[in-house]
Design a binder for this molecule. Sequence first.
Ligand code: GLC
Length: 439
Amino acid sequence: MMYQFNREEYEKRMEWYQEARFGMFIHWGIYAIPARGEWVRSPEEMPEEEYMTYFKEFDPVDYDPKKWARAAKEAGMKYAVLTAKHHDGFCLFDSKLTDYKSTNTRSGRDLVREYLEAFRAEGLKVGLYYSLLDWHHPDYPHYEDQYHPMRNNPEEGNEDRDFNRYLDYLHGQVRELCTDYGRLDIMWFDFSYGEGEKCMRGETWRAHELVSMIRELQPGIIIDNRLEVSGEGFGSMWEGDPKPWHGDFVSPEQIIPPNGLLDKNGGDLVWEACVTMNNNWGYCALDTNFKPAGMLIKKLVECVSKGGNLLLNVGPDANGNIPDQSLEILEGIGRWMKKNGESIYGCGKSGMEKPDTGRITRKGNTLYYHLFENTIGAMPLQGLSKEQVKSVRWVHSGAEVKIAKGWVYDNYPDVVFADLGPDPVLPDPVDTVIKVELK
Ligand code: GLC
């Protein structure tokens, strides 16, 4: 049966995902050996033969996805997405349709299967990333494609290439993933591009047929919006007129939308910001520009306060280890999440203005004031009147926060002030959360 959009089913399948708010993106492949990011072949216009040396060498002896899953879980993440195939075409699973796969490397292992088992065992939802581009398949356009490593090589003309044969391969591999690997929660395609004659979007991928197959094999699965767009553009959900291959969520990349995201008519849109920890997706040996845990905690809060998810990336190395810096960052986030997770999970926009001192997330009748900095004197709970407030509590301890009284505050009778005590340093210097129960 061909898939058609249905609002009710849509809202149902998006429930867990909007509760979850925080996931792990994992970019991993043989590009971890050159260690210059997952795109390496394209900017360097590296020929296939040269790249094959990495295929022959790949042997991630330390690969233990249980460790990855534990790190994700401990950080407070609720789901993960692993690159089953990236643009280089290398498959981390035992596809019958290609030899270019992990089971044919020295490791001999089906890396996807082991990942899925390990993450499910930790109670995490599991997703797979699958690249629409393929720089290994002979039927994918080479010469004059926008990104192919051989785009400038006229000897790599496209006369004998049969794009439909590539699409059969793509559809076939997605069928394998949706059939042989148990329940999948997310399919993350990447990406559509080009205009006019070179348009590689939507039905170029035989997207209606593809999505119909996926939804039949994996009812309830969530699919991203990159069968239509990339990080650039929003897709037909934004248009308010979902195409049958519409994305279930918008996928802003390396940005948190300044005002969150609404559709063209002002309706709510589901979105997920995907963000790197340093400046690369795939492992990059020389990129040590990691974002501190404290910053990433605030960015997660920002996403939730704007009604979105954060998919935070790690790029394991060629031996199969998540870099130490990333693990430390995850631990830092996890320490905060253990105390303050209730202000993230199941929370969303507050409908209130952003206060001077931080942000607000909301779940039903509970407002979470995230305090990134202190005030002089008691903390104004901006946007609230005394009549609305039932109780105020520190989230990390559950202790009561008193409403401040006295002449200092009498000049501002319309404002509720929370008395955070005599210490000018907040209990958590990154983000201290107090929750306000409304009547
Ligand atoms: C991109 C890149 C890529 C990365 C992805 C993550 O569009 O091509 O390498 O996997 O974004 O969102």
